[in-house]
Design a protein around this ligand. Sequence first.
Ligand SMILES: [Zn+2]
Ligand SMILES: [Zn+2]
Length: 172
Amino acid sequence: MYAEGGIVDLERLGLSSGQARALDLEVALDPIELGGQTYEADGADEARLDVSRTTTGYALRLRFRTELMGPCVRCLDEASNEIEVDAREVDQASARDEELRSPYVSDGELDVHRWANDAVVLALPDQLLCRPDCAGLCSVCGESLNDADPEAHRHAQAGDPRMAKLRDLRLD
Ligand SMILES: [Zn+2]
Ligand SMILES: [Zn+2]
């Protein structure tokens, strides 16, 4: 009831200085474009927002988990990565210093939708993989090596002119 359209009306919580309130929210997450691929974030339907009233504004903390679905950067298989978000914001309404203003708060309203989406991007791992030890694709034939038997998956050695050429290239 406090997060209609992804906006939380902080003033409506009626907190006085030193008081805090925890809100359970649903957050809608937008697809993320990365390296030409699209990753779908499962909506965080159990987000926790902690709102603390300070003497001059608000201290905010947003926590949730989501599953990000999209191609593994090594093997291009469908991958699912759990993203854990734990973000904080401080907003001091009277502060002139930009550092003390939150870009997500204006006129006592918190844009929790925009904050949540930015926070997911900041919480992304360096690489989105189907599994931490993904073996990737064979550099010769492009087949995924995750399910391949390393003994069976061998390309012709000497005698295959294409292979000789590849070996030469690698020596460069
Ligand atoms: Zn993979
Ligand atoms: Zn191969």
